[in-house]
Design a protein around this ligand. Structure first.
Ligand code: BGC
Length: 440
């Protein structure tokens, strides 16, 4: 009798559950705190791909990375883009801190090698400089950092000029001046012999091949007047190193700590700067993950998450007024390069796998502005690909041609398919090309 009653009770309970489900009752899945981005019913399995049909594209989490929305002439931040919605952020690195570090690294090298640095013994330390993109704030900062440290900077309206000089054989260029360095009681002149934006004929900037060719032109003009080669990044730096400076034992300095550049330090590459791409790639996806989970944006960043991921404040900073996360930089030289050889390894403190129960799989659309960019394709994207697994994000990677936004935006024809977006613009002024699509 008891058994029969229990069976009837069970059948009744089952019937109630079924009728609730068929009239669209609450989804049974447990979720984090309230978040409009996760309001769509999660009735499917976590790996079913895009879900949030009900969230308007304009309300989905958006992260700008590597190219900070800003005016390419004045550097002024584009706060409209950065405030596109409440889950919009920028992730990059501290451009000024890194640029100053690059300048100081070169200066330290000169001091340590003063007896052999002046190749033709004319008392002038000559350098050439490869500029990435005159309208990109990272590039501008690095040009300024080198000029400041080497005393060749000229100020205008309180800011160091960052224009290219072309050639400056006699020291009369107006964007720079001849600098003076006192080393071991002796005075040396420093001259920026030449600098140029490395843009190819199709318009792609930071172009390594252009730098590799340009060093040949500079060498035929300046020969052994060139004592140092400086570059706004390793892609261009390594192209110049491989084309000329390695064989001629001329110290060459870049930026990014790409694996090939770090390894080349053993062969005489002067040094590079790590912009902590391992931290940036994590932050790029992490801010999206947090918005999709509806948790505080600091989760897994300044505050440990449920898997123990957390960053310490010596590797990043958050500037709330700019809605920007900035990784901090570190110099990579002959002294410490062994620690940086593996450029695509996730950063230890944030390499713990999230569980799919509390962090169900979501889909992200992400673009790289130029598939041929050494740093982004050889360092940043492989890191993103490691973190997307750890954070349960299915990311569609789109590689642009580095020339037009259209080449990229054409491939975002159906934003509704994705839960979140990560954008790397071709030009820092062009945020509206993307936000217009999400606003439709
Ligand atoms: C990197 C460069 C890269 C550029 C692309 C910079 O932060 O240092 O190597 O070419 O970003 O936007």
């Amino acid at each position: 009798m008891k058994k029969a009653l229990a069976l009837i009770a069970l059948i009744l309970a089952l019937m109630m559950v079924l009728s609730l489900a068929s009239c669209g009752g609450e989804p049974t899945e447990t979720k984090g705190p309230e978040n409009p981005n996760t309001s769509a019913p999660e009735t499917q399995k976590p790996d079913d791909g895009p879900t949030d049909g009900e969230v308007a594209n304009k309300d989905k989490p958006l992260v700008w990375f590597n190219r900070q929305p800003s005016n390419s002439s004045t550097g002024e931040l584009d706060m409209t883009a950065m405030n596109f919605n409440k889950d919009t952020y920028y992730v990059g690195f501290d451009a000024v801190q890194g640029a100053e570090l690059q300048g100081e690294m070169i200066l330290e090298y000169i001091k340590a090698h003063i007896d052999e640095i002046d190749r033709n013994g004319d008392g002038v330390i000559g350098y050439v400089l490869a500029i990435g993109d005159i309208g990109h704030n990272d590039s501008v900062a690095r040009t300024r950092g080198v000029r400041k440290a080497l005393d060749t900077a000229v100020e205008e309206n309180g800011a160091i000029k960052s224009d290219a000089v072309g050639v400056n054989a006699d020291g009369t260029a107006t964007a720079v001046k001849d600098g003076t360095l006192e080393i071991n009681g002796k005075t040396y002149t420093v001259r920026e012999l030449a600098s140029q934006e490395m843009k190819n004929s199709a318009g792609a900037t930071w172009d390594a091949a252009t730098a590799g060719n340009t060093i040949g032109t500079w060498v035929s003009t300046f020969g052994d007047q060139i004592d140092i080669v400086a570059s706004n990044n390793d892609g261009m730096g390594m192209a110049m190193f491989n084309a000329w400076s390695k064989e001629n034992k001329v110290p060459t300095f870049g930026y990014d700590a790409n694996a090939d550049a770090v390894a080349a330090i053993a062969d005489g590459y002067g040094g590079t700067i790590s912009q902590h791409a391992d931290v940036q790639a994590y932050l790029t996806l992490r801010v999206l993950r947090n918005a999709l989970d509806g948790v505080d944006v600091d989760t897994g960043i300044g505050t440990a998450d449920d898997a123990g991921n957390v960053l310490s404040d010596d590797v990043y900073k958050y500037v709330e007024a700019e809605r920007s996360y900035y990784a901090l930089n570190a110099a990579v030289t002959a002294e410490n390069y062994q620690d940086f050889l593996d450029a695509t390894k996730p950063y230890g403190p944030v390499s713990n796998q999230l569980s799919t129960d509390s962090h169900p799989t979501k889909s992200v659309w992400l673009n790289i502005y130029n598939a041929a960019d050494n740093f982004l394709s050889a360092t940043y994207q492989p890191l993103l690909q490691n973190y997307d697994d750890l954070l349960n994000l299915t990311v569609e990677y789109i590689g642009g041609d580095g020339q037009t936004e259209g080449n990229i935006t054409n491939r975002l024809s159906n934003p509704s398919q994705y839960d979140a977006f990560a954008i790397n613009m071709v030009k820092t002024d062009n945020s509206a090309s993307y936000t217009a699509l999400l606003n439709q």
